[in-house]
Design a binder for this molecule. Sequence first.
Ligand SMILES: C[S@@+](CC[C@H](N)C(=O)[O-])C[C@H]1O[C@@H](n2cnc3c(N)ncnc32)[C@H](O)[C@@H]1O
Length: 321
Amino acid sequence: MTDAPHSPAGDVAGDVAPEAWSGVHRGPLRAGEWVRLVDGKGRKHNFELVPGKRFFSNKGHLEHDDLIGREEGFAVTSSVGGEYLVFRPLLSEFVVSMPRGAAVVYPKDSAQIVAMADIFPGAHVVEAGVGSGALTCSLLRAVGPYGRVSSFERRKEFADVARRNVTQFFGGDHPAWNLTLGDLAEALPASGERCDRIILDMLAPWDCLDAAADALLPGGIVCAYVATTTQLSKFVEAVRVHGGFTEPAPWESLVRDWHVEGLAVRPGHKMIGHTAFLVTARRMAPGERAPLKKRRPAPGAYGPDYTGPRPPGVPETPADD
Ligand SMILES: C[S@@+](CC[C@H](N)C(=O)[O-])C[C@H]1O[C@@H](n2cnc3c(N)ncnc32)[C@H](O)[C@@H]1O
């Protein structure tokens, strides 16, 4: 028999290594940690465990001391018989229940961003705006303590909310994170930072495209998250007009729950129909341009009613098809 290989993550029976900055703990629930209680109707309550404190709901109360010291994943009964499941919140649960300044990137989209914008351990990622800090948590998880996330936010009240949320999730000041108050279009060039990935979640990402292009290393990825089709169109065309990127790839992701019960196996009735669209494009090396698209635009695509940016090679008045 050989010895078990040494794992830098440490002993799985103990806590997660703090230097991993995962925001996750193992083992018995401790004072100061956050827990999530879910009742029989699916109502959720998140709170910090404080010795001597009581949690109150419409189902009576529970003593925090009765939760502290237990392994998560248990059911408790309140003073008037309400039953609750007790777990530590997952990142995907934390971001949809934490205090919000601005609208958050939903977990299904954060997952797409991490995968499709190829956020890797050790990466230097720039994001704007930070909003409530939801995407920031996923980016920090993905780059890890050896990477860097530089977040830019132009509104102080949102930056403050984000700082509280991110610090709460990771249980301290994540060493890979820095948050700058300011408009990305000015603050990023002023910082002189170069980066591997830039994520733009804002109303007018095209205004930040020049700053993003200057900061991105060759082969880097710009990724925009926009809520409406008009924003999607304007951003995609602006990337084409810029010329320093590959053909942008726009998409959206739809996630549908399923109801599975005996013979009743069908899609769920409730679904988040729309959150936002995503676009990615890769930065070309300095002075290099991606070959123009070979395909002709669809008839009327850039006709007289089109008023947005006009990509190179597209005539003012398209030929009559
Ligand atoms: C939808 S929120 C971002 C949400 C965030 N990604 C999250 O997951 O919590 C958009 C934010 O972008 C900020 N913003 C808009 N334009 C900006 C710019 N040019 N530079 C920096 N922040 C900007 C807004 O103030 C707002 O807080």
